[in-house]
Write a protein that binds this ligand. Sequence first.
Ligand SMILES: [Mg+2]
Length: 408
Amino acid sequence: MKIIDAKVFVGGPAKNYVTLKIMTDQGIYGLGDATLNNRETLPAQYLTDYLIPNLVGMDPRNSEDIWQFLYRGAYFRRGPIAMAAFGAIDMALWDIKGKLANMPLYQLFGGKSRDGAMVYAHATGADTEDLMDSISYYVDQGYKAVRVQCGVPGMPTKGYAVPESKGAFRNHITSYSGIRPKVETWDSDKYMRFMPGVLEEIRDRFGPDLKILHDVHHRLMPREAAAFAKSVEPANLFWLEDPTPAEDQDALTLIRQHSTVPIAIGEVFNSIYDCNKLIERELIDFIRVAVTYAGGITPVKRIVDLAGLHHVRTGFHGAPSHSPLCMAAQAHLNAWAPNFGIQEYLVLGTPECDALFPSDHRMENGMVLVSDAPGLGVDFDEKEAARYEYAPGSHPVVRLEDGTMWNY
Ligand SMILES: [Mg+2]
């Protein structure tokens, strides 16, 4: 069996999905996602100019050897652009493998460990009451877990993942349009004074069973993060996400010394070497890697197995930047992983997205039910893809009130 060609498509409804299609001499094709948010053309070009010419002629069944060829062969290893491109190839090769075996991918991993995978939604509000409405909306829809973000009084812009005005809380997604980023303002003191009370109010209002998650988005210094983690303990969070920038991993020791709040980290990681020490030292409780950004199913499955040895559960990244292909790869891992924790999930099921990526994966009552179709269980409609073209976008940047550049 041989790879005879591969194509890359960039575009989609409201997102620049980077979709790889690998064709074989037996008529079977595989699909993968290389969408690197706001830098979408770069993995696409890496695939087209460097990787696809090498794939042609290879046996797609040798997904491990091909992954090693890509990773070791690059010499300059890792980095988000390369790993997103490898991630798409690896996903597509597993898709082909599943189609050849006529099995859904979770069967190739070891079968199902659960019927459905719990997901969390993004609740957000311009102020506390707005946030409560947003949480109620998701609880009414059957979600058992919500990430909660709230506008902070007195900050010129309201904070991470928070709408500027009330009532815009359903699936609020920050606008990334245009290549010049929007500037947001941040004040850690105001945030640290305000947010613990909001989390306690949510716990009081919604009771003990709701799983409450909160994302600090790398904004605090280690000492501040330790103090904040201690102060949110009465809310009994499911997790506190990205309390500090993840480059300084020793900072997490300080948080552990002061708080038992579960810590979730890893959405920006692109290799097992970004998280193996964190996992082995048991400084985190949830690992947040994404199959696209971390180089595909092959390396992420190794991360999941390492995490399992150290009581670290999965909580894969699921921002809207991941196409239904990455989300499907994660749905299969979630169905199998003995140490599954939760899955981030934004409702993307617009008619346009469903038309571009037809699939039988379903979401019901806050659980993802994985498709039993062979491979990833997601198809790609090239005629639909022709409707879309690349539109540049950029994350906001963050400055303190005196203008100092800060962490987005
Ligand atoms: Mg996050």
